[in-house]
Write a protein that binds this ligand. Structure first.
Ligand SMILES: Nc1nc2c(ncn2[C@@H]2O[C@H](COP(=O)(O)OP(=O)(O)OP(=O)(O)O)[C@@H](O)[C@H]2O)c(=O)[nH]1
Ligand SMILES: [Mg+2]
Length: 459
């Protein structure tokens, strides 16, 4: 075992609940738990059977803290591959905290975020992509991202990466054999077969990189920003999509002053929607900041829904909106179709050019489904659910894949130019190291710290 310090944490969410769980991992966990636990039956925790619940009480000296169930799980068949004790006490804030505090007083240390899973990784129970899948699973807000995490946890991504790594390793082995035994004159054939192998590896890497942008959208959600001048119905659209009165809607222009963000689950796909302050020139300081935040929100959006009010003449602000969405994925809505239209077809043409737009009445709610379908169609063309592909959705993985790919591109160029074999080997090593970073075989301490810092405490 790499780490012998015993760590302790509350593993359940804080708040009122039936039960709460305090968890310890490390070589002293059973000893510590035994000191604070008094069983109802005869056998102490030390004598208790492995992985069987025991009923009893937690005492701080003579002070009764709670009535609990407790279980010990002996290494190595545990989540961390260390001895683990879990104490199931009453939920709420006080009981779990008191028990946690007591375990610390008895010698455990407060676990850092993700430290249980980090130990599982360091002790070889999970590779790094699987550890990352655990946090994705906990954080997932849609069925699709949940499904992806489960697959990754099962090892689908590391399986694929290891396949590619093995191919690169075979190439390296062939090269080393040729460097070591040059007199065998296999060099001629070697370049041909290396070229084929390199092309195969590049093809596999490209496939993973190509679907990564979709993988990231599936995991993090489609970052959608609603844009328009004041009073066109932006907040009304947010509320309709959320089926909730999330944002204040009034007929006073400038109602929304700040960005409001919430999530919608669109048949398993996550939409992260941001409602913004109406874009206009204003002397109101608060509104001005809101407008500049609205413009900033555009920068990291995947999709913009631009709304125009068809019941009023277009203005300079509308033209600004159009220029803001230039070159971006967008859906254009001409709202308030229930009112008399004040803009002529030629005015629409002048503003929107040949861009596709939808005549809608957000107030009536009739076209919400059309808007949702358009979003799904734009991003997934209806093909995600049945897809069994491995999706790369993590920026760390995508970066490493791109590094591996550019190293392999260089390898291929060198092969085609029949460069010295030693030279090829250098870039093959770079590719291997990049791939190893994904699964955690060649990861630095900094990277690990960053990965696990995104976890919650107690996992
Ligand atoms: N008739 C009609 N009124 C609508 C429609 N959609 C929104 N409205 C009304 O337009 C007014 C402004 O709606 P909001 O959703 O607050 O507009 P907004 O774009 O968020 O406005 P700001 O926050 O001020 O930028 C409200 O009175 C809405 O009820 C529609 O389809 N038809
Ligand atoms: Mg608003």
């Amino acid at each position: 075992m790499i780490n012998s310090e015993t760590i302790s944490a509350i593993s359940t969410a804080t708040g009122e609940a039936g039960i709460g769980i305090v968890r310890m991992s490390g070589e002293n966990s059973i000893k510590i738990a035994n000191e604070i636990f008094r069983p109802m039956g005869k056998s102490t925790l030390i004598e208790a059977e492995n992985r069987k619940l025991t009923y009893g009480h937690i005492y701080d000296g003579d002070k009764l803290l709670d009535e609990v169930l407790i279980v010990k799980m002996l290494a190595p068949k545990t989540y961390t591959r260390e001895d683990i004790v879990e104490i199931y006490c009453h939920g709420g804030i006080i009981s779990v905290r008191n028990i946690l505090k007591l375990t610390i007083e008895k010698g455990a240390r407060l676990a850092e975020a993700g430290e249980f899973t980090k130990r599982a990784f360091l002790n070889g129970r999970l590779d790094l992509t699987q550890a990352e899948a655990v946090i994705d699973l906990i954080k997932s807000k849609s069925e699709v991202s949940y499904d992806m995490s489960i697959k990754q946890l099962e090892g689908s991504l590391s399986g694929k990466i290891n396949e590619i790594r093995n191919e690169v390793m075979s190439m390296a082995a062939l090269i080393v054999a040729n460097i070591d035994f040059p007199e065998d004159e296999i060099v001629e054939a070697t370049y041909k077969s290396l070229e084929k192998d390199a092309k195969n590896v590049i093809k596999s890497l490209n496939e993973l990189i190509d679907n990564s942008s979709r993988g990231k959208l599936l995991r993090d959600g489609i970052n959608t920003v609603i844009l328009g001048k004041p009073n066109v119905g932006k907040s009304s659209l947010l509320n309709s999509l959320l089926r909730d009165e999330r944002a204040i809607v009034t007929d006073i222009p400038g109602t929304t002053r700040d960005v409001i963000t919430d999530f919608v689950n669109l048949d398993g796909i996550l939409l992260k929607i941001t409602d913004t302050a109406g874009i206009r020139e204003t002397h109101d300081e608060v509104e001005r900041i809101g407008v500049s935040r609205a413009k900033e929100a555009i920068n990291d959006s995947d999709l913009i829904i631009a709304i125009f009010d068809g019941s009023k003449s277009f203005t300079e602000e509308d033209r600004e909106i159009i220029s803001l969405i230039e070159n971006r994925k967008s859906i254009i809505l001409l709202n308030k179709a229930d009112l008399e239209r004040k803009v002529s077809d030629s005015e629409i043409k002048e503003l929107l050019g040949d861009k596709k737009y939808f005549d809608v009445s957000i107030l009536s709610g009739k076209e919400i489904k059309t808007i949702e379908d358009e979003i799904k169609e734009m991003f997934f063309k209806g093909e995600i659910k049945e897809s069994s592909d491995v999706y790369v959705n993590n920026l760390r993985h995508i970066t490493a894949l791109k590094e591996a790919k550019s190293a392999m591109d260089e390898v291929l160029v060198d092969i085609e130019q029949e460069m010295f074999l030693d030279l090829l080997e250098v870039n093959l090593e770079v590719a291997l190291a990049s791939l190893g970073e994904i699964t955690g075989d060649t990861t630095t301490e900094d990277v690990l710290d960053k990965v696990f810092s995104e976890f919650c405490i107690g996992k």
